[in-house]
Ligand binder design. Structure first.
Ligand SMILES: O=P(O)(O)OC[C@@H](O)[C@H]1O[C@@H](OP(=O)(O)O)[C@@H](O)[C@@H](O)[C@@H]1O
Ligand SMILES: [Mg+2]
Ligand SMILES: [Zn+2]
Length: 178
């Protein structure tokens, strides 16, 4: 199957060091919704794997988080596309869970959900933890320069990381070559 996995904050929507705490703060990045819709209409399954430690920190509720993902789903559907599985890690950094990136637990969950292999599947993120999670399960690490991407670029990147300006550029590449 043609599976693409996306990080959320900084890839699909604007990120904030103060966390994205309300539906009003959840604002799609330019071209991101269109990219997901175009990929899905071209036969891609687009899933999301997102750390949401703001839940453990008490910054927002699961209902508010769900409203953000419902909004994304609605916007993609409004462009004729369909958003795939959205998986989030609700835990804080100190909880030692298996799902918080850079651990690959969420990527494994997505693969299990679709009964598919992760080898070579592109995982698009803006943070080093996203790239490390990708490498841990033989996904293709892909960095976008939106969100924390420019900052992540200041450090050493895992060998073989692909770099794009934004999600729209990732979609254009996939739609043109695969
Ligand atoms: O990029 P994804 O995985 O979709 O989500 C990241 C968010 O959960 C938040 O993750 C936090 O990191 P800590 O969880 O506090 O280490 C900070 O980086 C926030 O700025 C950011 O909004
Ligand atoms: Mg991110
Ligand atoms: Zn977790």
């Amino acid at each position: 199957m043609k599976l693409l996995i996306l990080d959320r904050d900084g890839v699909i929507n604007y990120d904030s060091d103060a966390y994205i705490k309300t539906l009003e703060e959840w604002i799609p990045l330019p071209g991101a919704v269109e990219a997901i819709a175009q990929l899905s209409k071209a036969g891609w399954t687009v899933a999301v794997a997102t750390n949401q430690s703001g839940l453990a920190r008490g910054y927002y509720s699961a209902a508010v988080l769900d409203s953000m993902h419902a909004r994304l789903r609605e916007l993609v559907a409004g462009q004729g596309g369909e958003l795939g599985l959205v998986v989030h890690c609700p835990h804080g950094p100190a909880e030692g869970c298996e799902c918080r990136k850079p651990k690959p637990g969420m990527l494994k969950s997505i693969a299990a959900h679709y009964d598919t292999n992760l080898a070579g599947v592109w995982f698009v993120g803006d943070s080093r933890g996203d790239l490390e999670a990708a490498l841990a399960v033989d996904c293709q690490p892909v960095l976008v320069k939106t969100g924390k991407g420019e900052k992540t670029l200041e450090g050493a990147l895992p060998e073989g990381t692909l770099i794009f300006d934004d999600l729209a550029a990732v979609a254009a590449q996939l739609l043109h070559t695969q």
